[in-house]
Design a protein around this ligand. Structure first.
Ligand code: NAG
Ligand code: NAG
Ligand code: NAG
Ligand code: NAG
Ligand code: NAG
Ligand code: NAG
Ligand code: NAG
Ligand code: NAG
Ligand code: NAG
Ligand code: NAG
Ligand code: NAG
Length: 534
C-alpha cells in the first residue's frame, strides 16, 4: 500500500536552458487506492505549551482558534490536536497547584522547554477552549513507569483527562513520547542502557491496561471499542536503537488497542552541520528520502502484521531541537511544509500533526507574547493553509507525486474520488530579499527574480477547453519572515487576530486554459508555489 502509486512514466523535454521548462505527464483519472483521512492538516502541541496555545476557561486563546477555524473553512474539518512531546514525560501532577503548569528550566537539558514540570487541575481546562476539536492527551511513561510519583500521576490524571475529553472531544490517547530515545536522550536518559523493545512493550502494556481500568471506573463511556485506543509507538525516528517493527513483533499491539501507527519525523537537526535553507528544506530529495525511510519502516510492520493500523505522523516538523532561525521560521519553511505534507500523503501517511511549541523556531504561530517572541502568525502557517487548499474539501482525496527534474522543485496531482482536481507546483529555488539572506540589509534596487514555466500534459480523457484557476503562495523571497500571502489572503495576527484579510497588493483571480492537446502551462517564480484548480 505504501509502495508508490505513481503511474507516470518519466517523459519530459527540456526546451530552454535559462527558463527551464519541462513537460510532465499527469493522469486525469486514477483508481483510488491511497486516500488520506479527514483533518490531514493537523497539529501536535508540546505538552508544556498547551496552556499557552489553548488558554483556559477564563482566558481562551481565540487567536489560536481563529487559525484553526481558517483550516476548517478550507478543508471542512478542524485540525486534530495531539498534546504531547518530550515534556509529557516530565509532567507530574500536583493537585494543589493553583494554575495550569509550573515549569522549571534547566539550561543543561533544554533552553526551549522546562524539564521539571508540575501540572495542576486547571491544566485540563485547556481542552475546553476550541470548538469541535478532537484531542489526544499524552500520558507520562518516562517517569510514569519509573518513579512512584510518575505512577501516581497516571492514576491521578486519567480521570481528569477522560472527563475533559468527554462529549466528543476524544481522539486517541498517547502513552510515552519517543520511547526509542529513553535510554539515550540528550535531555537526560530516563531508562538504563539495557532498555529495549521488550521492556518497552511490557511497560506500555502494564500502563495502558491500567489506563483502561481507570477509564472503566471513571469514564465508562470512553471504554467502548470505538472510543478507546492509542496512537503509538510515537518513536522519534527510524535510525534509533529501538525499532518500531521490533516493538510490534514484541507484541506492542497484542491488545489490539493501537488505532493509529504514529511515528515522528524531522528531516534534519537545528544544529546539524551542513544544514541550509536551500540544501535541506528547499530540497525535495532530502524531504522525500526522510519520508521514504519512515514508509519503509511502516512497510516492515505491515508485512509482519497485515492488520496493522494506518500510519500517521503524530509529531513532525523541519529541524529537530525546535528549528533554526533563518531557516525554520522563513517563507522557505512554508514551501517545505507543503512539500513534506503532500509527499507524506503520496506515501500513504493518512494525517500529519505538525509540532508546535511556545517560542519554537519552526512554529506555525506564536500563541502569546513572551520575552523571546511576540504573538503572531509565522510563515509555516501559510504552508499549512496552502496544503489544506491543495487537498480541498472532499471526502475522498488522494495525492500523487509528479516526478520533476531537479532537487529544487516538486509537483503533486490531487484527486477527488479518482478525478484530477488540483496540481500543486513548488519552485523551491531560493530567492533572497536581503543581502546574504540575513534579513538585515535590503537588496539595493529591485531584485531580479527567476521563474520557471511548467507544462503538464494531461493524459486519459481530454479536458477540452477547460478553464483552470491559479492560486499562489507568495512572499518577497525564501528568507522573508513576513509579508506572506495565500491567494491574496493574509492571516497575520496584527491585521485581524489571524482571521483572513484580503490584501490589496497581490494579484488574484488568475485563470488559464487547458489547450487542445490537453496541456496546461504555469509560470512559477523562484521561491513560490502555484495551485492549479481544475
Ligand atoms: C504543589 O503546589 C503547592 C501549591 O502551589 C505547593 O505549595 C507545593 O510545593 C507543590 N508541590 C510540589 C511537589 O511542587
Ligand atoms: C487562566 O489563564 C490566565 C491567563 O494566562 C491566568 O492568569 C490564570 O491564572 C489561569 N487560570 C487558571 C485557573 O489557571
Ligand atoms: C514549582 O516547581 C519548583 C521546582 O520543582 C518548585 O521549587 C516550586 O515550589 C514550585 N512552585 C509551586 C507554586 O508549586
Ligand atoms: C505496573 O502496574 C502496576 C499496577 O498494576 C504498578 O504498580 C506498577 O508500578 C507498574 N509498573 C510499571 C513498570 O509500569
Ligand atoms: C529509572 O531511570 C533511571 C535513570 O535513567 C534509571 O537509572 C533506572 O534504572 C530507571 N528505572 C527503571 C525501573 O527503569
Ligand atoms: C531485551 O533485553 C532482554 C534482557 O536482556 C532480552 O531477554 C530480550 O530478548 C531483549 N529484547 C529484544 C527485543 O532484544
Ligand atoms: C539536495 O539534496 C541532495 C541529496 O542530499 C544532494 O545531492 C543535492 O546536492 C542537494 N541539492 C541542493 C540544490 O542542495
Ligand atoms: C523571560 O520570561 C521567563 C518566563 O516568564 C523568565 O523566567 C525569564 O527570566 C525572562 N527573561 C528575561 C531576560 O527577562
Ligand atoms: C541566500 O542567502 C543564503 C544565506 O546567506 C545563501 O547561502 C544563498 O546562497 C542565497 N541564495 C541565493 C539564491 O542567492
Ligand atoms: C516586499 O516587496 C515590496 C515591493 O518591493 C515592498 O513594498 C514590501 O515592503 C516588501 N515586503 C516586506 C515584508 O519586506
Ligand atoms: C503586501 O501588503 C502586506 C501587508 O501590508 C505586506 O506585508 C507585503 O509585504 C506586501 N507585499 C508586496 C508584494 O508588496
Amino acid at each position: 500500500m505504501l509502495s508508490s502509486n505513481m503511474k507516470q512514466a518519466i517523459f519530459f523535454t527540456l526546451l530552454a536552458s535559462s527558463l527551464v521548462t519541462g513537460q510532465f505527464p499527469v493522469d486525469t483519472f486514477i483508481t483510488p487506492a491511497n486516500e488520506i483521512f479527514d483533518g490531514f492538516v493537523s497539529f501536535s502541541i508540546e505538552f508544556s505549551s498547551f496552556p499557552d496555545f489553548a488558554g483556559n476557561n477564563s482566558h481562551p486563546n481565540t487567536f489560536s482558534d481563529n487559525l484553526l477555524e481558517n483550516i476548517r473553512h478550507i478543508s471542512g474539518t478542524k485540525p486534530y490536536i495531539r498534546v504531547g512531546g518530550n515534556t509529557q514525560d516530565y509532567a507530574l501532577y500536583n493537585a494543589s497547584l493553583p494554575y495550569a503548569l509550573n515549569g522549571t528550566f534547566d539550561p543543561k537539558r533544554s533552553l526551549d522547554y522546562p524539564t521539571t514540570i508540575y501540572i495542576g487541575p486547571s491544566y485540563f481546562e485547556s481542552y475546553n477552549t476550541w470548538k469541535d476539536v478532537k484531542f489526544s492527551h499524552g500520558f507520562n511513561l518516562g517517569l510514569g513507569a519509573n518513579t512512584s510519583a510518575g505512577w501516581q500521576t497516571l492514576l491521578d490524571t486519567v480521570p481528569l483527562a477522560c472527563k475533559a475529553l468527554g462529549g466528543g472531544k476524544f481522539y486517541l490517547w498517547g502513552y510515552g513520547n519517543e520511547p526509542d530515545l529513553f535510554s539515550t536522550a540528550v535531555q537526560g536518559p530516563v531508562r538504563p542502557p539495557s532498555w529495549n523493545e521488550s521492556t518497552y512493550v511490557w511497560q506500555w502494556k502494564n500502563g495502558t491496561r491500567t489506563i483502561h481500568a481507570l477509564l472503566q471506573q471513571h469514564c465508562p463511556d470512553l471504554v467502548h471499542e470505538s472510543r478507546y485506543g492509542y496512537m503509538a509507538p510515537s518513536h522519534g525516528g527510524v535510525g534509533n536503537r529501538l525499532k518500531a517493527h521490533v516493538s510490534w513483533a514484541a507484541g506492542l499491539n497484542s491488545d489490539r488497542n493501537v488505532k493509529l501507527f504514529s511515528t515522528h519525523n524531522y528531516i534534519s537537526g537545528a544544529a546539524t552541520p551542513g544544514v541550509t535553507l536551500q540544501g535541506t528544506l528547499l530540497n525535495h530529495t532530502v524531504t522525500a528520502r526522510s519520508v521514504d525511510a519512515q514508509a519503509a519502516e511502516y512497510a516492515r510492520i505491515r508485512s509482519l502484521d497485515p492488520a496493522a493500523p494506518p500510519a500517521i505522523f503524530g509529531e513532525t516538523n523541519s529541524l529537530y531541537n525546535q528549528g533554526r532561525p533563518g531557516l525554520s521560521n522563513t517563507f522557505g519553511a512554508a514551501l517545505w511544509v507543503v512539500d513534506f505534507n503532500l509527499y507524506a500523503a503520496n506515501k500513504g501517511f493518512k494525517r500529519v500533526h505538525m509540532h508546535q511549541g511556545t517560542n519554537y523556531r519552526y512554529a506555525s504561530w506564536q500563541p502569546i507574547d513572551t520575552n523571546i517572541t511576540t504573538a503572531g502568525t509565522k510563515p509555516p502557517y501559510y504552508g499549512n493553509i496552502a496544503t489544506a487548499a491543495a487537498l480541498g474539501k472532499h471526502d475522498h482525496v488522494e495525492v500523487v507525486n509528479i516526478p520533476l527534474t531537479y532537487h529544487r522543485e516538486a509537483a503533486y496531482a490531487i484527486y477527488h474520488s479518482g478525478i484530477l482536481s488540483r496540481i500543486m507546483v513548488l519552485n523551491m529555488r531560493g530567492h533572497n530579499t536581503t543581502v546574504g539572506g540575513e534579513g538585515l540589509v535590503p537588496l539595493p534596487g529591485p531584485p531580479k527574480r527567476g521563474s520557471v514555466e511548467y507544462v503538464f500534459q494531461l493524459g486519459g480523457v481530454a479536458f477540452g477547453k477547460r478553464v483552470v484557476r491559479v492560486q499562489r503562495l507568495v512572499a518577497n523571497g525564501s528568507d522573508a519572515i513576513t509579508g506572506i500571502s495565500w491567494d491574496g489572503w493574509s492571516y497575520n495576527y496584527e491585521l485581524d487576530q489571524g482571521r483572513p484579510v484580503r490584501l490589496g497588493n497581490v494579484t488574484t483571480g488568475e485563470e488559464m486554459e487547458v489547450d487542445a492537446q490537453g496541456r496546461v502551462k504555469v509560470r512559477v517564480e523562484d521561491s513560490s508555489a502555484a495551485l492549479l484548480v481544475f
